[in-house]
Design a protein around this ligand. Sequence first.
Ligand code: 9PG
Length: 497
Amino acid sequence: MQTLLHFDDLQIAVQAQMVQSIPGGYHLQGQQISLLHPFGKTNFYRHGFHSWSLSAWLPLGKRLPTPVQREIWPQIDHPHLLRDYPFTSSGLAALQGPDGNVLLLGALELDASVKADSQILRGEYTAPVAAGARCSWYLGYAPEEAVFTEYTRLLAERYGERGQGKPPRVWCSWYSFFTDIHEDRLLHVLDGLAGLPFDVFQLDDGWQIGMGDWEANPKFPSGMAALADKIRQHGLTPGLWLAPLIVQPKSSLYHQHPDWLLRDAQGQPVRAGHNWGDDFFGLDTTHPAVQEWMAALIGKVRNWGFEYLKLDFLYAAALPGVRYQNVPGEQAYRQGLQVIRQVAGEAYFLACGAPVIATLGLADGLRVGPDVAPFWDNVERSQQLYDLTGPSTLNGIRTSLQRLWLRPVLQVDPDVAFMRSRFNLLSPAQKQLLQDLVQITGFRAISDPPDWLDQQELDQLRAFLAESPQVEKLGRYLFRIDDRQVDFSFLEDSWPA
Ligand code: 9PG
């Protein structure tokens, strides 16, 4: 049906199955929703599919080319969204009105996307919806903060809230050693952290045999339980990185259980990306044997003594494909996540590379941007391949800053801040911007080994971890931190030339 919706002076024609007025906006139903908007080439809020995917306000007139490297599309964004890039969005999208208000269309179920041009805003549940399934949407027009807050409230109502406590202060091995970690090196860092107010010591990628083979490799001769024990003896919570939903072709899982992989209509495994020198693939999380295997894996890691789990590359299980149960990608992924959440119990679960909406209510924290790096821009990837998800501080800040609205539903992780000047190409001002973003989110993670810091940097780190400044949001790009204003408006003009 076609109806006219009213928001004070604004009238919007909408095509939907059902329209109902609710406080603060409208509740719509329909597999497809079309809105005729009068805003022309206004600013569009794009929300990427998973943690690393571009989320930003972009003018509808801005032609941002599609990322070039197709082999890694899934690790950039949802392949369907990349086809009409960039004015496509996962779950929700928003348009800037001329009076300063924002029109937000947000899905309340999974597997939805929204796209826009200068006349139409169109929401769609991408997978065919089963008979009787709900296709609900929220539509609001109000000041930006209010309209996002209302949508978040509805998401929290539907999926539940987690991560209401104080976010942990984490030391993470990735942004200093990458995969070059080994037992002695980490024990040395652990000793060096004495007296610094961290909560978690988290091993990242590099401890395992491979994706699918989640056992300690020869660089960890004492085994994972012994290391977890050492971490606890130092007064810290043991944390571990895993990518439980992806497998490498060289893994034993890949050879032993080919039927556990997510496959395409031709029966080929769905490529989830390229990393560690090879393609990697996603698991079919609707398969009962996969669910059993995931439960056993998380149980094993908990038994080793790890109580902070950074689970990465999770989007792989939410890609389009043919599954044991015929459910769309995000719902299939969520089934798997429910198993993980149950076995994880009281452990802190940080989701990374994770479909955003489908993770709500199950993870305690969520990475909300691409990886940061000790340099500002990843020029080859951003300027030449038009990929704004490569590791760089600019890319990290850009997307994380436009995902802060998620904070009421879970803790938002903008990735680590750098204190070090050693092995770091960031200018003091760039380092400060990243530290400020981290303080805005309250999720403080650091990767600098204390050995790499001079005395002044160590003092800065101690203060950074010990003090929680007063933060106030003054605008889309403007914040007050204690008595300083921090301005991120350079992001409005941070697109590839
Ligand atoms: C470990 C890292 C760290 C990091 C995660 C994730 O090829 N890629 O596109 C790609 C994207 C992200 C990425 C690695 C590779 O980083 O975000 O914190 O845990 O994995 O491998």
